[in-house]
Design a protein around this ligand. Structure first.
Ligand code: SF4
Length: 557
Protein backbone atom coordinates (compact mmCIF):
# COMPACT_ATOMS: atom_id res chain seq x y z
CA UNK A 1 0.00 0.00 0.00
CA UNK A 2 1.20 3.55 -0.60
CA UNK A 3 2.66 5.11 2.50
CA UNK A 4 0.38 7.57 4.34
CA UNK A 5 3.21 10.02 4.88
CA UNK A 6 3.78 10.09 1.17
CA UNK A 7 0.09 10.35 0.32
CA UNK A 8 -0.27 13.47 2.41
CA UNK A 9 2.61 15.08 0.51
CA UNK A 10 1.14 14.32 -2.86
CA UNK A 11 -0.78 17.13 -4.52
CA UNK A 12 -3.72 16.18 -6.77
CA UNK A 13 -3.54 18.36 -9.86
CA UNK A 14 -3.16 16.30 -12.96
CA UNK A 15 -6.20 15.13 -14.87
CA UNK A 16 -5.49 11.50 -15.67
CA UNK A 17 -8.54 9.45 -16.61
CA UNK A 18 -8.91 6.19 -14.72
CA UNK A 19 -7.90 3.47 -17.14
CA UNK A 20 -10.67 1.23 -18.45
CA UNK A 21 -8.72 -1.90 -17.68
CA UNK A 22 -7.22 -2.35 -14.27
CA UNK A 23 -3.45 -2.34 -14.50
CA UNK A 24 -3.09 -2.56 -10.75
CA UNK A 25 -2.06 1.09 -10.40
CA UNK A 26 -2.19 2.21 -6.79
CA UNK A 27 -3.02 5.78 -7.72
CA UNK A 28 -6.29 4.64 -9.25
CA UNK A 29 -7.23 2.67 -6.17
CA UNK A 30 -6.18 -0.76 -7.38
CA UNK A 31 -4.55 -1.81 -4.17
CA UNK A 32 -5.57 -5.45 -4.11
CA UNK A 33 -2.62 -7.57 -5.26
CA UNK A 34 -3.19 -8.97 -8.73
CA UNK A 35 -0.38 -11.51 -8.82
CA UNK A 36 1.66 -13.54 -6.36
CA UNK A 37 4.63 -11.15 -6.37
CA UNK A 38 2.39 -8.26 -5.36
CA UNK A 39 0.73 -10.42 -2.71
CA UNK A 40 4.09 -11.38 -1.22
CA UNK A 41 5.17 -7.75 -0.99
CA UNK A 42 1.86 -6.81 0.64
CA UNK A 43 2.11 -9.68 3.12
CA UNK A 44 5.36 -8.33 4.50
CA UNK A 45 7.75 -5.53 3.54
CA UNK A 46 10.70 -7.35 1.95
CA UNK A 47 13.11 -5.22 3.97
CA UNK A 48 11.99 -7.13 7.08
CA UNK A 49 13.69 -10.30 5.87
CA UNK A 50 17.07 -8.95 6.95
CA UNK A 51 16.26 -9.53 10.62
CA UNK A 52 14.99 -13.05 9.90
CA UNK A 53 18.21 -13.92 8.05
CA UNK A 54 20.33 -12.71 10.95
CA UNK A 55 18.23 -14.07 13.80
CA UNK A 56 16.68 -17.25 12.39
CA UNK A 57 17.78 -18.57 9.00
CA UNK A 58 21.53 -18.18 9.46
CA UNK A 59 21.27 -20.09 12.72
CA UNK A 60 18.88 -22.85 11.60
CA UNK A 61 20.09 -23.32 8.03
CA UNK A 62 18.67 -23.46 4.51
CA UNK A 63 15.81 -25.84 5.32
CA UNK A 64 14.33 -23.37 7.80
CA UNK A 65 13.76 -20.63 5.23
CA UNK A 66 10.12 -19.69 4.51
CA UNK A 67 9.57 -20.26 0.76
CA UNK A 68 8.05 -16.77 0.39
CA UNK A 69 11.26 -15.32 1.76
CA UNK A 70 13.53 -17.69 -0.14
CA UNK A 71 12.12 -17.00 -3.60
CA UNK A 72 10.93 -13.47 -2.99
CA UNK A 73 12.11 -11.24 -0.19
CA UNK A 74 15.71 -12.55 -0.06
CA UNK A 75 16.27 -10.63 -3.29
CA UNK A 76 15.91 -7.32 -1.48
CA UNK A 77 19.03 -8.36 0.43
CA UNK A 78 20.95 -9.07 -2.77
CA UNK A 79 20.49 -12.83 -2.30
CA UNK A 80 19.18 -15.07 -5.04
CA UNK A 81 19.17 -18.86 -5.05
CA UNK A 82 21.63 -20.11 -7.61
CA UNK A 83 21.05 -22.83 -10.14
CA UNK A 84 21.62 -26.37 -8.96
CA UNK A 85 24.30 -28.15 -11.00
CA UNK A 86 23.30 -30.77 -13.55
CA UNK A 87 20.48 -29.09 -15.45
CA UNK A 88 21.18 -28.27 -19.08
CA UNK A 89 19.39 -25.64 -21.15
CA UNK A 90 16.81 -28.14 -22.40
CA UNK A 91 15.76 -29.08 -18.87
CA UNK A 92 15.64 -25.40 -17.87
CA UNK A 93 12.83 -24.80 -20.33
CA UNK A 94 10.77 -27.65 -18.87
CA UNK A 95 11.16 -27.01 -15.14
CA UNK A 96 9.70 -24.46 -12.75
CA UNK A 97 12.25 -22.00 -11.40
CA UNK A 98 11.93 -23.53 -7.91
CA UNK A 99 12.95 -26.93 -9.20
CA UNK A 100 16.31 -25.48 -10.22
CA UNK A 101 17.04 -24.07 -6.75
CA UNK A 102 20.31 -24.91 -5.10
CA UNK A 103 20.89 -24.41 -1.39
CA UNK A 104 23.59 -21.90 -2.23
CA UNK A 105 23.07 -18.26 -3.09
CA UNK A 106 24.31 -15.64 -5.44
CA UNK A 107 25.11 -12.51 -3.46
CA UNK A 108 25.29 -9.15 -5.20
CA UNK A 109 27.21 -6.30 -3.56
CA UNK A 110 26.48 -2.84 -4.86
CA UNK A 111 29.14 -0.19 -5.40
CA UNK A 112 26.88 2.61 -6.70
CA UNK A 113 29.76 4.37 -8.43
CA UNK A 114 31.74 4.71 -5.20
CA UNK A 115 35.51 4.79 -5.03
CA UNK A 116 36.62 1.48 -3.52
CA UNK A 117 39.75 1.93 -1.43
CA UNK A 118 42.43 -0.74 -1.29
CA UNK A 119 40.90 -1.89 1.99
CA UNK A 120 37.44 -2.20 0.41
CA UNK A 121 38.82 -4.16 -2.57
CA UNK A 122 40.65 -6.44 -0.13
CA UNK A 123 37.44 -6.99 1.82
CA UNK A 124 35.62 -7.91 -1.39
CA UNK A 125 38.40 -10.32 -2.31
CA UNK A 126 38.62 -12.04 1.07
CA UNK A 127 34.85 -12.53 1.16
CA UNK A 128 35.15 -14.32 -2.17
CA UNK A 129 37.95 -16.52 -0.83
CA UNK A 130 36.41 -17.24 2.58
CA UNK A 131 32.76 -17.74 1.66
CA UNK A 132 32.27 -18.02 -2.11
CA UNK A 133 34.71 -20.67 -3.36
CA UNK A 134 36.88 -17.82 -4.70
CA UNK A 135 34.19 -16.50 -7.06
CA UNK A 136 33.73 -12.77 -7.68
CA UNK A 137 32.48 -11.29 -10.93
CA UNK A 138 32.34 -7.65 -11.97
CA UNK A 139 28.84 -7.10 -13.33
CA UNK A 140 27.64 -4.51 -15.83
CA UNK A 141 25.77 -2.75 -13.03
CA UNK A 142 28.97 -2.01 -11.12
CA UNK A 143 28.39 -4.83 -8.64
CA UNK A 144 30.59 -7.58 -7.31
CA UNK A 145 28.67 -10.84 -7.59
CA UNK A 146 29.53 -13.94 -5.59
CA UNK A 147 28.31 -17.51 -5.85
CA UNK A 148 28.19 -20.51 -3.49
CA UNK A 149 27.13 -18.36 -0.53
CA UNK A 150 25.61 -20.25 2.45
CA UNK A 151 22.89 -18.57 4.47
CA UNK A 152 24.86 -19.41 7.62
CA UNK A 153 27.65 -17.08 6.49
CA UNK A 154 25.53 -14.09 5.49
CA UNK A 155 25.65 -12.17 8.82
CA UNK A 156 29.45 -12.40 8.90
CA UNK A 157 29.63 -11.25 5.27
CA UNK A 158 27.34 -8.31 6.01
CA UNK A 159 29.48 -7.33 9.01
CA UNK A 160 32.57 -7.28 6.83
CA UNK A 161 30.79 -5.30 4.10
CA UNK A 162 29.48 -2.81 6.67
CA UNK A 163 32.99 -2.24 7.98
CA UNK A 164 34.16 -1.45 4.43
CA UNK A 165 31.22 0.88 3.73
CA UNK A 166 29.60 -1.59 1.33
CA UNK A 167 26.14 -3.13 1.13
CA UNK A 168 23.99 -5.71 -0.62
CA UNK A 169 20.75 -3.98 0.44
CA UNK A 170 18.19 -3.81 -2.38
CA UNK A 171 20.72 -5.15 -4.88
CA UNK A 172 17.89 -7.26 -6.37
CA UNK A 173 14.08 -7.27 -6.11
CA UNK A 174 11.42 -4.70 -7.04
CA UNK A 175 13.54 -2.01 -5.51
CA UNK A 176 16.02 0.80 -6.30
CA UNK A 177 18.64 -1.51 -7.77
CA UNK A 178 22.36 -0.63 -7.70
CA UNK A 179 23.14 2.74 -9.25
CA UNK A 180 25.47 3.26 -12.16
CA UNK A 181 27.81 6.19 -11.52
CA UNK A 182 30.50 7.56 -13.78
CA UNK A 183 33.70 5.61 -13.03
CA UNK A 184 35.70 8.83 -13.47
CA UNK A 185 33.45 11.17 -11.48
CA UNK A 186 35.37 14.01 -9.91
CA UNK A 187 38.64 13.32 -11.70
CA UNK A 188 38.13 13.31 -15.48
CA UNK A 189 39.67 16.32 -17.19
CA UNK A 190 36.71 16.66 -19.55
CA UNK A 191 33.94 16.17 -16.99
CA UNK A 192 30.90 18.49 -17.15
CA UNK A 193 29.85 18.02 -13.55
CA UNK A 194 30.71 15.67 -10.68
CA UNK A 195 27.53 13.85 -9.59
CA UNK A 196 29.10 11.92 -6.70
CA UNK A 197 27.30 13.81 -3.94
CA UNK A 198 23.90 13.35 -5.64
CA UNK A 199 24.30 9.57 -5.85
CA UNK A 200 25.40 9.46 -2.23
CA UNK A 201 22.35 11.50 -1.23
CA UNK A 202 19.98 9.21 -3.13
CA UNK A 203 21.55 6.20 -1.41
CA UNK A 204 21.48 7.74 2.06
CA UNK A 205 17.89 8.99 1.82
CA UNK A 206 16.14 6.22 -0.07
CA UNK A 207 17.95 2.88 0.09
CA UNK A 208 16.33 0.90 2.87
CA UNK A 209 13.39 3.33 3.04
CA UNK A 210 10.06 1.43 3.13
CA UNK A 211 8.47 4.21 1.04
CA UNK A 212 10.63 3.07 -1.85
CA UNK A 213 10.97 -0.67 -1.24
CA UNK A 214 7.92 -1.81 -3.21
CA UNK A 215 8.00 -0.79 -6.85
CA UNK A 216 6.01 -2.64 -9.54
CA UNK A 217 9.34 -4.07 -10.69
CA UNK A 218 13.05 -3.25 -10.62
CA UNK A 219 14.08 0.38 -10.89
CA UNK A 220 17.50 1.04 -12.38
CA UNK A 221 19.31 4.34 -11.87
CA UNK A 222 22.26 5.84 -13.76
CA UNK A 223 24.00 9.17 -13.30
CA UNK A 224 26.93 10.71 -15.11
CA UNK A 225 28.44 14.12 -15.58
CA UNK A 226 30.88 12.81 -18.17
CA UNK A 227 30.38 13.87 -21.81
CA UNK A 228 30.97 10.28 -22.93
CA UNK A 229 27.71 9.16 -21.26
CA UNK A 230 29.65 6.34 -19.64
CA UNK A 231 26.74 4.73 -17.72
CA UNK A 232 24.56 3.51 -20.60
CA UNK A 233 21.89 6.11 -19.77
CA UNK A 234 19.70 5.04 -22.69
CA UNK A 235 18.94 1.69 -21.06
CA UNK A 236 18.08 2.65 -17.47
CA UNK A 237 14.70 3.41 -15.89
CA UNK A 238 16.00 6.79 -14.72
CA UNK A 239 19.17 8.54 -15.83
CA UNK A 240 20.69 11.87 -14.94
CA UNK A 241 22.99 13.03 -17.73
CA UNK A 242 25.36 15.99 -17.45
CA UNK A 243 24.36 19.05 -19.44
CA UNK A 244 25.12 22.77 -19.50
CA UNK A 245 22.37 25.38 -19.33
CA UNK A 246 23.36 28.59 -21.14
CA UNK A 247 22.48 30.70 -18.06
CA UNK A 248 22.59 28.36 -15.09
CA UNK A 249 25.70 26.34 -15.97
CA UNK A 250 26.31 22.61 -15.37
CA UNK A 251 23.48 20.38 -14.20
CA UNK A 252 21.65 17.23 -15.33
CA UNK A 253 19.05 16.32 -17.93
CA UNK A 254 16.55 13.65 -16.88
CA UNK A 255 15.91 10.58 -19.02
CA UNK A 256 13.26 8.02 -18.13
CA UNK A 257 11.86 4.70 -19.30
CA UNK A 258 14.87 2.93 -20.78
CA UNK A 259 15.12 -0.85 -20.53
CA UNK A 260 15.98 -3.88 -22.63
CA UNK A 261 14.80 -7.45 -21.98
CA UNK A 262 11.97 -8.72 -24.25
CA UNK A 263 10.42 -5.30 -25.08
CA UNK A 264 13.45 -3.06 -25.45
CA UNK A 265 12.97 0.70 -25.28
CA UNK A 266 15.47 3.54 -25.22
CA UNK A 267 14.98 6.16 -22.51
CA UNK A 268 12.90 9.25 -23.35
CA UNK A 269 14.75 12.54 -22.80
CA UNK A 270 12.86 15.08 -20.72
CA UNK A 271 14.96 18.03 -21.86
CA UNK A 272 15.38 19.71 -18.48
CA UNK A 273 18.11 21.16 -16.31
CA UNK A 274 18.36 19.96 -12.72
CA UNK A 275 21.03 21.37 -10.40
CA UNK A 276 23.21 18.97 -8.44
CA UNK A 277 21.51 19.56 -5.10
CA UNK A 278 18.03 18.89 -6.52
CA UNK A 279 18.85 15.57 -8.19
CA UNK A 280 17.78 13.46 -5.19
CA UNK A 281 14.38 15.16 -5.04
CA UNK A 282 13.87 14.60 -8.77
CA UNK A 283 14.84 10.95 -8.28
CA UNK A 284 12.25 10.59 -5.52
CA UNK A 285 9.58 12.22 -7.70
CA UNK A 286 10.15 9.86 -10.63
CA UNK A 287 10.42 6.85 -8.31
CA UNK A 288 7.12 7.87 -6.73
CA UNK A 289 5.40 8.10 -10.11
CA UNK A 290 6.63 4.60 -10.85
CA UNK A 291 5.48 3.28 -7.46
CA UNK A 292 2.01 4.84 -7.66
CA UNK A 293 1.19 4.74 -11.37
CA UNK A 294 3.30 1.76 -12.48
CA UNK A 295 1.48 -1.28 -13.81
CA UNK A 296 1.28 -4.04 -11.21
CA UNK A 297 -1.11 -6.47 -12.87
CA UNK A 298 1.32 -8.19 -15.25
CA UNK A 299 5.01 -8.60 -14.43
CA UNK A 300 5.76 -8.45 -18.14
CA UNK A 301 4.37 -4.89 -18.34
CA UNK A 302 5.50 -3.61 -14.98
CA UNK A 303 8.72 -1.75 -15.90
CA UNK A 304 8.59 2.03 -16.03
CA UNK A 305 9.19 2.00 -19.78
CA UNK A 306 5.62 0.83 -20.45
CA UNK A 307 4.13 3.74 -18.50
CA UNK A 308 6.40 6.25 -20.25
CA UNK A 309 5.54 4.76 -23.63
CA UNK A 310 1.80 4.95 -22.92
CA UNK A 311 1.81 8.46 -21.45
CA UNK A 312 4.50 10.12 -23.56
CA UNK A 313 7.28 12.21 -22.05
CA UNK A 314 5.24 15.46 -21.84
CA UNK A 315 2.52 13.95 -19.68
CA UNK A 316 5.09 12.08 -17.59
CA UNK A 317 6.90 15.35 -16.91
CA UNK A 318 3.64 17.08 -16.01
CA UNK A 319 2.81 14.43 -13.41
CA UNK A 320 6.32 14.61 -11.94
CA UNK A 321 6.11 18.39 -11.65
CA UNK A 322 2.52 18.85 -10.49
CA UNK A 323 1.93 15.86 -8.26
CA UNK A 324 5.32 15.22 -6.73
CA UNK A 325 7.81 18.08 -7.06
CA UNK A 326 5.26 20.86 -6.71
CA UNK A 327 7.14 23.07 -9.18
CA UNK A 328 8.15 23.19 -12.80
CA UNK A 329 11.52 21.95 -13.96
CA UNK A 330 13.76 24.26 -15.98
CA UNK A 331 13.67 23.34 -19.67
CA UNK A 332 16.99 22.82 -21.42
CA UNK A 333 18.15 21.22 -24.62
CA UNK A 334 19.26 17.62 -24.06
CA UNK A 335 23.02 17.06 -24.32
CA UNK A 336 24.48 15.85 -27.59
CA UNK A 337 24.97 12.12 -27.85
CA UNK A 338 28.61 11.08 -27.93
CA UNK A 339 30.53 8.74 -30.19
CA UNK A 340 33.30 6.41 -29.23
CA UNK A 341 34.30 4.33 -26.23
CA UNK A 342 32.57 4.66 -22.89
CA UNK A 343 34.70 2.22 -20.93
CA UNK A 344 37.74 4.36 -19.88
CA UNK A 345 40.16 1.55 -20.72
CA UNK A 346 43.81 2.64 -20.91
CA UNK A 347 45.79 5.46 -19.28
CA UNK A 348 44.15 8.90 -19.12
CA UNK A 349 44.85 12.33 -17.60
CA UNK A 350 42.99 13.46 -14.53
CA UNK A 351 42.32 17.15 -13.98
CA UNK A 352 44.64 17.17 -10.95
CA UNK A 353 47.73 15.97 -12.82
CA UNK A 354 47.37 12.35 -11.78
CA UNK A 355 46.25 9.53 -14.11
CA UNK A 356 43.40 7.07 -14.17
CA UNK A 357 43.89 3.60 -15.60
CA UNK A 358 41.10 1.44 -17.00
CA UNK A 359 41.76 -2.31 -16.91
CA UNK A 360 39.88 -5.21 -18.48
CA UNK A 361 39.10 -8.56 -16.94
CA UNK A 362 37.67 -10.85 -19.60
CA UNK A 363 33.85 -10.79 -19.64
CA UNK A 364 33.83 -9.50 -16.08
CA UNK A 365 35.24 -12.65 -14.55
CA UNK A 366 37.63 -12.05 -11.70
CA UNK A 367 38.02 -13.95 -8.41
CA UNK A 368 38.52 -13.27 -4.74
CA UNK A 369 42.21 -14.01 -5.14
CA UNK A 370 42.54 -11.58 -8.03
CA UNK A 371 40.79 -8.82 -6.06
CA UNK A 372 43.23 -9.32 -3.18
CA UNK A 373 46.12 -9.09 -5.65
CA UNK A 374 44.59 -5.89 -7.00
CA UNK A 375 44.24 -4.51 -3.47
CA UNK A 376 47.94 -5.26 -2.88
CA UNK A 377 48.87 -3.22 -5.95
CA UNK A 378 46.55 -0.36 -4.95
CA UNK A 379 48.26 -0.18 -1.56
CA UNK A 380 51.81 -0.71 -2.85
CA UNK A 381 51.56 2.06 -5.45
CA UNK A 382 49.55 4.50 -3.34
CA UNK A 383 46.57 4.49 -5.71
CA UNK A 384 43.47 6.31 -4.42
CA UNK A 385 41.18 3.38 -5.26
CA UNK A 386 39.13 1.58 -7.88
CA UNK A 387 35.72 2.03 -9.44
CA UNK A 388 33.70 -0.58 -11.33
CA UNK A 389 32.19 0.22 -14.72
CA UNK A 390 28.95 -0.64 -16.57
CA UNK A 391 31.09 -2.54 -19.07
CA UNK A 392 32.42 -5.11 -16.60
CA UNK A 393 35.70 -3.25 -16.27
CA UNK A 394 37.70 -1.60 -13.44
CA UNK A 395 39.20 1.89 -13.35
CA UNK A 396 42.04 2.76 -10.97
CA UNK A 397 41.81 6.37 -9.81
CA UNK A 398 44.63 8.64 -8.66
CA UNK A 399 47.75 7.04 -10.13
CA UNK A 400 51.01 9.01 -10.00
CA UNK A 401 52.36 9.56 -13.53
CA UNK A 402 55.84 8.34 -12.66
CA UNK A 403 54.67 4.87 -11.67
CA UNK A 404 52.01 4.33 -14.34
CA UNK A 405 54.03 2.10 -16.66
CA UNK A 406 55.37 -0.06 -13.84
CA UNK A 407 51.85 -0.44 -12.45
CA UNK A 408 50.43 -1.28 -15.88
CA UNK A 409 53.05 -4.03 -16.23
CA UNK A 410 52.19 -5.45 -12.81
CA UNK A 411 48.47 -5.35 -13.60
CA UNK A 412 49.04 -7.11 -16.89
CA UNK A 413 50.91 -9.85 -15.04
CA UNK A 414 47.80 -10.67 -13.00
CA UNK A 415 45.50 -10.66 -16.04
CA UNK A 416 44.15 -7.11 -15.78
CA UNK A 417 45.37 -5.44 -18.92
CA UNK A 418 45.18 -1.68 -19.47
CA UNK A 419 45.87 -2.28 -23.16
CA UNK A 420 43.66 -5.25 -24.00
CA UNK A 421 42.82 -6.49 -27.47
CA UNK A 422 39.70 -5.08 -29.07
CA UNK A 423 37.97 -8.36 -28.33
CA UNK A 424 38.89 -8.51 -24.65
CA UNK A 425 37.89 -4.86 -24.31
CA UNK A 426 34.55 -5.08 -26.08
CA UNK A 427 33.06 -8.42 -25.01
CA UNK A 428 30.63 -8.73 -22.11
CA UNK A 429 28.77 -11.75 -20.77
CA UNK A 430 25.98 -12.22 -18.24
CA UNK A 431 26.03 -14.89 -15.52
CA UNK A 432 24.61 -17.64 -17.72
CA UNK A 433 23.91 -21.30 -17.10
CA UNK A 434 26.75 -21.77 -14.64
CA UNK A 435 24.68 -20.16 -11.85
CA UNK A 436 21.56 -18.42 -13.23
CA UNK A 437 18.28 -20.33 -12.99
CA UNK A 438 16.82 -18.54 -15.99
CA UNK A 439 19.72 -19.32 -18.28
CA UNK A 440 19.47 -21.57 -21.30
CA UNK A 441 23.13 -21.48 -22.37
CA UNK A 442 26.64 -21.00 -21.02
CA UNK A 443 27.94 -17.44 -21.34
CA UNK A 444 31.05 -16.61 -19.31
CA UNK A 445 33.23 -19.46 -20.44
CA UNK A 446 31.82 -19.22 -23.95
CA UNK A 447 32.72 -15.54 -24.08
CA UNK A 448 36.22 -16.18 -22.74
CA UNK A 449 36.97 -18.83 -25.33
CA UNK A 450 35.45 -16.63 -28.06
CA UNK A 451 37.74 -13.78 -27.06
CA UNK A 452 40.79 -16.05 -27.14
CA UNK A 453 39.87 -17.38 -30.55
CA UNK A 454 39.12 -13.97 -32.07
CA UNK A 455 42.39 -12.60 -30.73
CA UNK A 456 44.10 -15.28 -32.83
CA UNK A 457 41.97 -14.75 -35.92
CA UNK A 458 41.84 -10.91 -35.91
CA UNK A 459 44.96 -9.79 -34.00
CA UNK A 460 45.12 -6.38 -35.67
CA UNK A 461 41.45 -5.40 -35.76
CA UNK A 462 41.26 -1.61 -36.09
CA UNK A 463 37.58 -1.08 -35.31
CA UNK A 464 35.88 -1.74 -31.99
CA UNK A 465 33.24 -4.44 -32.38
CA UNK A 466 31.15 -5.10 -29.29
CA UNK A 467 29.95 -8.62 -28.50
CA UNK A 468 27.39 -9.07 -25.69
CA UNK A 469 26.69 -12.66 -24.68
CA UNK A 470 23.40 -13.35 -22.86
CA UNK A 471 22.11 -16.64 -21.52
CA UNK A 472 18.40 -15.96 -22.13
CA UNK A 473 16.05 -13.22 -23.44
CA UNK A 474 16.41 -11.11 -20.29
CA UNK A 475 19.34 -9.20 -21.78
CA UNK A 476 21.28 -8.64 -18.55
CA UNK A 477 24.36 -8.05 -20.71
CA UNK A 478 22.44 -5.69 -23.02
CA UNK A 479 21.83 -7.90 -26.05
CA UNK A 480 20.17 -5.29 -28.23
CA UNK A 481 22.77 -2.51 -28.08
CA UNK A 482 25.86 -4.46 -29.13
CA UNK A 483 27.31 -4.72 -32.62
CA UNK A 484 26.86 -8.46 -32.19
CA UNK A 485 24.24 -9.20 -29.54
CA UNK A 486 23.75 -12.84 -28.59
CA UNK A 487 20.56 -14.05 -26.91
CA UNK A 488 20.77 -17.55 -25.51
CA UNK A 489 18.22 -20.08 -26.69
CA UNK A 490 17.98 -23.64 -27.92
CA UNK A 491 18.51 -23.95 -31.66
CA UNK A 492 18.07 -26.89 -34.03
CA UNK A 493 21.20 -28.63 -35.27
CA UNK A 494 21.15 -31.95 -37.12
CA UNK A 495 17.58 -32.51 -35.95
CA UNK A 496 18.43 -31.91 -32.30
CA UNK A 497 18.00 -28.99 -29.95
CA UNK A 498 21.37 -27.67 -28.79
CA UNK A 499 22.64 -24.58 -26.97
CA UNK A 500 22.84 -21.57 -29.24
CA UNK A 501 21.99 -17.95 -29.77
CA UNK A 502 19.62 -15.68 -31.62
CA UNK A 503 21.88 -13.00 -33.11
CA UNK A 504 21.09 -9.27 -33.09
CA UNK A 505 23.32 -7.28 -35.45
CA UNK A 506 24.22 -3.59 -35.49
CA UNK A 507 22.93 -2.34 -32.13
CA UNK A 508 24.48 0.71 -30.51
CA UNK A 509 24.17 3.41 -27.85
CA UNK A 510 25.27 7.03 -28.11
CA UNK A 511 24.96 8.99 -31.34
CA UNK A 512 23.81 5.98 -33.32
CA UNK A 513 21.62 4.52 -30.60
CA UNK A 514 19.40 1.78 -31.99
CA UNK A 515 18.55 -1.84 -31.42
CA UNK A 516 20.31 -4.55 -33.35
CA UNK A 517 18.44 -6.18 -36.19
CA UNK A 518 17.06 -9.60 -35.34
CA UNK A 519 16.60 -11.76 -38.40
CA UNK A 520 14.97 -15.14 -38.16
CA UNK A 521 17.89 -16.78 -39.92
CA UNK A 522 20.45 -15.24 -37.59
CA UNK A 523 20.77 -18.16 -35.21
CA UNK A 524 23.95 -19.97 -34.36
CA UNK A 525 24.87 -22.93 -32.23
CA UNK A 526 27.16 -22.27 -29.32
CA UNK A 527 29.72 -24.60 -30.86
CA UNK A 528 29.58 -22.68 -34.14
CA UNK A 529 29.89 -19.23 -32.59
CA UNK A 530 33.60 -18.64 -33.30
CA UNK A 531 33.11 -19.33 -37.00
CA UNK A 532 29.89 -17.31 -37.18
CA UNK A 533 31.47 -14.19 -35.66
CA UNK A 534 34.51 -14.69 -37.88
CA UNK A 535 32.25 -14.70 -40.96
CA UNK A 536 30.34 -11.60 -39.82
CA UNK A 537 33.53 -9.67 -39.11
CA UNK A 538 35.19 -10.80 -42.33
CA UNK A 539 32.17 -9.68 -44.37
CA UNK A 540 32.11 -6.39 -42.52
CA UNK A 541 35.79 -5.73 -43.17
CA UNK A 542 35.31 -6.48 -46.88
CA UNK A 543 32.19 -4.35 -47.17
CA UNK A 544 33.19 -1.34 -45.14
CA UNK A 545 34.99 0.35 -47.99
CA UNK A 546 32.25 1.79 -50.21
CA UNK A 547 32.36 2.44 -53.95
CA UNK A 548 34.40 5.63 -53.46
CA UNK A 549 36.78 3.91 -51.12
CA UNK A 550 35.53 5.87 -48.09
CA UNK A 551 35.58 3.97 -44.84
CA UNK A 552 32.28 3.36 -43.12
CA UNK A 553 32.50 4.96 -39.69
CA UNK A 554 31.41 2.18 -37.42
CA UNK A 555 30.14 -1.34 -37.31
CA UNK A 556 26.63 -0.14 -36.44
CA UNK A 557 26.24 1.67 -39.76
FE1 SF4 B 1 20.43 -14.99 -16.23
FE2 SF4 B 1 19.22 -14.44 -18.53
FE3 SF4 B 1 20.14 -12.43 -17.04
FE4 SF4 B 1 21.85 -14.02 -18.28
S1 SF4 B 1 20.36 -12.65 -19.30
S2 SF4 B 1 21.99 -13.39 -16.13
S3 SF4 B 1 20.83 -15.99 -18.21
S4 SF4 B 1 18.50 -13.84 -16.48
Amino acid sequence: MPDQRFQSQKAKHTEIPRPKRAEGQWSFGFTEPLNKNEQSKKDDDPLNVRARIINIYSKRGFASIDPADLRGRFRWMGLYTQRAPGFDGGKTAMLEEEELDDEFFMLRVRSDGRLLTGEAVRTLGTIGIDFARDTADVTDRENIQYHWIRVEDVPEIWDRLDAAGLSSLEACGDSPRPFLGSPVAGVAADEIIDGTSALEEIFDRFIGDPDFSNFPRKFKTALTGHPGHDVSPETNDISFVGTVHPEHGPGFDLWVGGGLSTNPMLAAKMGVWIPLDEVADAWAAVASVFRDYGYRRLRSRARLKFLVADWGIEKFREVVEKEYLGRELVSCESPASPVGHRDHIGVHDQKDGLKYVGIAPTAGRVSGTLLVQLADLIDEYGVAGARLTPYQKIVLIGVRPEIVEELVTRLDAIGLSARPSNWRRNTMACTGIEYCKLAIVDTKERARSLVGELEQRFPELDVPITVNVNGCPNACARTQVADIGLKGQLVMHDGQQVEGFQVHLGGATGLQANFGRKLRAHKVTSAGLDDYVTAVVTNYLVDRVDAEGAEVESFAT
